[in-house]
Write a protein that binds this ligand. Structure first.
Ligand SMILES: Nc1nc2c(c(=O)[nH]1)N[C@H]1C(S)=C(S)[C@@H](COP(=O)(O)OP(=O)(O)OC[C@H]3O[C@@H](n4cnc5c(N)ncnc54)[C@H](O)[C@@H]3O)O[C@H]1N2
Ligand code: MOO
Length: 545
């Protein structure tokens, strides 16, 4: 279900007296607040869509324009709000999406509408009653109840409006949002011998029989079925691996080496240690079972067998097996190109850039192609410029620093400046709270990591790796349920560094987001929600396996 988010900015602002969409609330235009209320739930955002079929038809003209615009671009539904609604309770958009076609009873302009309604709405707009409620009745839309919704009608509402509270997802919701917004990279065909660490994009089939023929599994003598019962056999010429030999006549046994092809007529291999040899004769004193010590052709793999699924990272053992099965080329996801941009005036003037090399190393271990820029100063233009330059080639752009609430924290503005939609800014977790996630109109993910090194690491370990998994077409990571020895009550997801062991697990000492020492001993992260001892354990490094 592909959804387009639309902020209606039309209307005559009659009570407002100026361009309402551009009016400032908390240092940001109203339209930006409105956009942030729906961006987390849609695949792309659009503004400035002309009303249809004509201007001046009220919000339904805007909705009709939005539906046609979305339909023409392959979306399934639109999520609509208005520029004078700077805040929505966090649960209403998911409710509207679930019930679509649906609208908010408290603010009928807010709704979710399937694009299939475009023609019906256009026809409806030819009638007398163009109210949202009449339209909702006509198309049997569901009215969703909510707490009162505040809208900004006059300039004085701007100052009396309570400060918009950010809509921060919970930890696992944020991972789900990342997974929803990132698509897999294109596929390329490469030589199997170059494929170490690459991720399959399609099932892989064996090309050859393995073993290629019936072969001896031991050094010994090959006998015919007739001679298995017993007898005194002539010893023929030995058969070595790679030899192609004539059929074996009854009354003759031939020495055969491990891996040599069983001649036609050969029924069993008697191992050398059990053989009674007397000069050029082999004495079979007691019956020998047939089918002993023979590797059968194709018993491991046959041409066409699906031996490996999509979304598998090629390890050395896998590469070996596929070589054995005659696979020469393989379809994999393109190697992700990841650009890392540390930001902060202080970097290079007294503060060492820890985050840049650390995040670069984290991705280098996954086999991604990583570019680490020199630190960028705390300037909105410089950061937007660096992100835009990175977007020219990167599949994934990561910034560090400048993500929280300080005067020099420009990441959210810089991300908007490059045209990206912010899906979340802030997650109900500690550390890593100010993390930001956005995608460009072309679908390139941008992850804004906080500056504190452990917050940056946690943000990258979870949201960066969730992004990488999606780029590579890998399944989501599943943690392991454990019991924590502590009970946090701070209302957020606590992500602590731990050493995994039997019994309840305790966070290591020195758990503050600037303290690195415990990273030298920790082997896992423990993710624990408040007020419960239940927790989920994840390895310190996601090896994508
Ligand atoms: N009033 C508020 N203050 C802060 C909040 C908040 O919500 N309201 N959030 C806090 C949290 S949580 C974190 S985490 C930090 C993150 O802030 P920023 O992302 O804006 O990061 P900076 O302010 O640029 O830097 C924070 C800290 O990290 C050091 N840093 C930055 N980059 C690097 C680097 N590449 N290598 C090493 N160290 C780095 C920087 O010097 C600062 O010490 O904000 C809290 N404040
Ligand atoms: O993410 Mo911040 O580290 O919570 O201090």
């Amino acid at each position: 279900m592909k959804r387009l988010g639309v902020v209606l900015a039309g209307g005559r602002s009659s009570r407002f007296g100026s361009d309402k969409a551009r009016a400032m609330l908390e240092d940001r235009p109203l339209i930006d607040h409105a956009r942030d209320t729906i961006a987390p739930f849609v695949d792309a955002m659009a503004t400035d869509i002309p009303d249809h079929p004509a201007p001046g038809l009220g919000p339904l003209g805007g909705l009709c324009g939005a539906l046609r615009h979305a339909k023409a671009r392959g979306f399934d539904a639109v999520v609509v709000t208005a520029c004078d609604i700077p805040q929505l309770p966090s649960d209403v958009v998911p409710k509207l999406i679930d019930a679509a076609p649906a609208f908010l009873l408290e603010a009928p302009v807010v709704g979710c509408w399937p694009v299939g309604l475009a023609d019906q709405l256009e026809a409806f707009l030819g009638g007398e009653d163009r109210s949202m409620h009449a339209w909702a009745r006509a198309c049997a839309a569901t009215g969703i109840a909510s707490d009162p919704i505040r809208n900004i009608n006059r300039p004085s509402d701007l100052t009396s409006a309570p400060k918009p509270k950010p809509n921060r997802p919970a930890f696992f919701e944020a991972i789900a949002a990342v997974e929803h917004h990132v698509a897999a990279l294109p596929i390329e065909t490469i030589a199997l011998t170059d494929a170490l660490g690459r991720v399959t994009s399609a099932p892989v089939q064996a090309r050859l029989f393995h073993p290629a023929a019936d072969m001896s599994a031991m050094d010994g003598f090959v006998l015919t079925a007739a001679d298995c019962a017993g007898g005194d056999l002539a010893i023929g010429d030995p058969i070595f691996a790679g030899d192609v030999s004539a059929p074996l006549p009854p009354g003759t046994a031939r020495p055969i080496m491990t891996g040599a092809i069983i001649p036609a007529g050969g029924a069993t291999v008697l191992i050398k240690e059990r053989a009674t040899v007397d000069g050029d004769r082999l004495h079979i004193t007691e019956p020998v079972a047939t089918n002993m010590n023979i590797r059968r052709k194709g018993e491991d793999a046959a041409p066409g067998d699906e031996v490996l699924g999509p979304g598998r990272t090629i390890s050395a053992p896998m590469l070996g097996a596929l070589v054995a099965y005659g696979v020469e080329t393989i379809d994999v996801r393109r190697r992700p190109r990841i650009a890392i941009i540390p930001t902060g005036d202080e970097l290079g003037s007294g503060i060492i850039d820890v985050n840049g090399p650390m995040i670069a190393a984290l991705f280098a271990e996954t086999g991604a192609a990583v570019t680490l820029s020199a630190p960028v100063p705390d300037s909105r233009e410089a950061i937007a410029g660096a992100i835009a330059a990175a977007l020219a080639t990167a599949d994934f752009v990561i910034t560090t620093g400048g993500a929280s609430a300080g005067e020099r924290d420009h990441i959210p503005d810089a991300v908007r400046d490059v045209g990206a939609a912010i899906h979340f800014h802030g997650v109900r977790m500690r550390p890593g709270k100010p993390v930001l996630f956005a995608t460009t109109p072309g679908g390139v993910p941008i992850l804004g990591l906080p500056g504190n090194p452990v917050a940056a690491l946690v943000g990258c370990r979870f949201f960066g790796m969730a992004t990488l998994r999606r780029l590579l077409g890998l399944p989501s990571e599943a943690g392991r349920a454990v019991t924590s020895a502590v009970l946090p009550t701070n209302g957020v997801a606590n992500v602590t560094r731990v050493v995994a062991g039997d019994g309840p697990i305790s966070p290591l000492p020195g758990d503050r987001p600037h303290m690195m020492r415990s990273l030298l001993t920790a082997d896992h992260w423990m993710v624990q929600l408040s007020d419960t001892e239940q927790a989920t354990l994840f390895p310190l490094i996601d090896r994508l396996g």
